[in-house]
Design a binder for this molecule. Structure first.
Ligand code: TRP
Length: 334
């Protein structure tokens, strides 16, 4: 039996899901789903402020759904759907707009980062900023509040957004009565910075990612391309600064991790060997997931059916919330 608290997380379909996404977020949500009611949705409306390619959004959304169905989530506890399949989220966002202070949006890290970048480049402060980016936290609050979420597990970068959702809910309740549950952010255990192929943080924007569902041969090629320093096989090496080791430690057992760390420190192991060890480990963990993923991608109707079933349930929850909101705001019957 699942616990009663509701955990919710969203993932934007803006690019290929990579190891960093898996280690930092997906694998942790998978673990949460074993014993908790878990809502996983594909935040396609949130992708719109940056992605202008409908086909890409469609494809990435399916990929994410297939990944959620392949990596060991306890699907009995999971409600999975596409954000845009529940139009009530847009209605709620519009309503929340009216209780959200503009100053709150001005303080959002993501908006401020865009402004700082513009000013540094000598541009107008709001150059290239659309209202989707500016009001992003309101739509996110609607996601969280619509489904009565208790806990929103996020990385540190998203913490402010969840706090905004809580602020907005509190403000709404102080005007209209006890309509929304106040959600809590839960910072996921820090997975550390997951390095990419060039040693910098794994990120689409650095073009240094290892796709989670790379085929076995793609995976091997990527791993062989990891940049290392020029130590000879004989020299002792530092596991903590090694990209190979930093990836390995998220997939291997404690004994295996200690063993490889020792091999780094002792010297006598070349980077080529370390790459092979990493490849074998990743491939053995990922192969069964990849098999299921590839099957699903060849049977997209199975993915779409799952998304549609999820959307039906989500719409029921959403409609109940919206009945309360409409009642207190515009006087419709409950
Ligand atoms: N903003 C999140 C991100 O960029 C995605 C997201 C959208 C989300 N709505 C959410 C996460 C609601 C948690 C809860 O990663």
């Amino acid at each position: 039996m699942a616990n009663t608290e509701i955990f919710l997380s969203g993932i934007k379909p803006t690019g290929t899901v990579h190891m960093g996404n898996y280690i930092g977020m997906l694998s942790q949500m998978r673990d949460i789903s074993q014993h908790n009611k878990t809502i996983m949705f594909i935040a396609d409306l949130h992708a719109l402020n940056s992605v202008r390619d409908a086909v890409a959004i469609q494809n990435h959304s399916r990929e994410i759904a297939a990944i959620i169905m392949s990596i060991g989530f306890n699907m009995d506890n999971v409600l999975m759907f596409r954000q845009s399949d529940i139009p009530a989220v847009c209605e709620l966002a519009t309503m929340l707009t009216n209780v959200t202070p503009k100053g709150l949006m001005d303080r959002a890290h993501s908006y401020k980062a865009a402004v700082d970048k513009n000013i540094a480049a000598g541009n107008d402060a709001d150059f290239g900023v659309n209202m989707g980016l500016y009001t992003y936290p309101i739509l996110m609050a609607a996601d969280i509040l619509l489904y009565n979420s208790d806990i929103v597990p996020v990385g540190a970068d998203q913490k402010q957004h969840v706090e905004f959702a809580r602020d907005i809910a509190g403000h709404f309740n102080s005007i209209y009565g006890d309509v929304f549950k106040l959600p809590d952010a839960r910072i996921m255990p820090d997975a550390g910075i997951i390095p990419g192929l060039d040693g910098r943080k794994m990120s689409k924007s650095y073009d240094n990612v290892i796709p989670l569902m790379a085929t076995s041969s793609e995976l091997k090629k990527k791993i062989m391309r990891i940049i290392t320093d020029s130590k000879t096989p004989d020299e002792p090496k530092d596991p903590d600064t090694s990209t190979m080791f930093q990836l390995y430690r998220h997939f291997a057992s404690p004994d295996e991790i200690a063993d490889l760390a020792e091999k780094f420190r002792a010297g006598g192991m070349g980077y080529g060997t370390a790459k092979n060890i990493l490849f074998e480990k990743l491939n053995s963990v990922l192969s069964p997931m990849r098999e299921r993923y590839e099957y699903l991608m060849l049977h997209p109707d199975e993915i779409d059916t799952m998304l549609e079933l999820g959307a039906e349930t989500a719409r029921k929850i959403a409609n109940k919330t919206m009945a309360r909101v409409r009642h207190v705001m515009i006087g419709t019957k409950k």
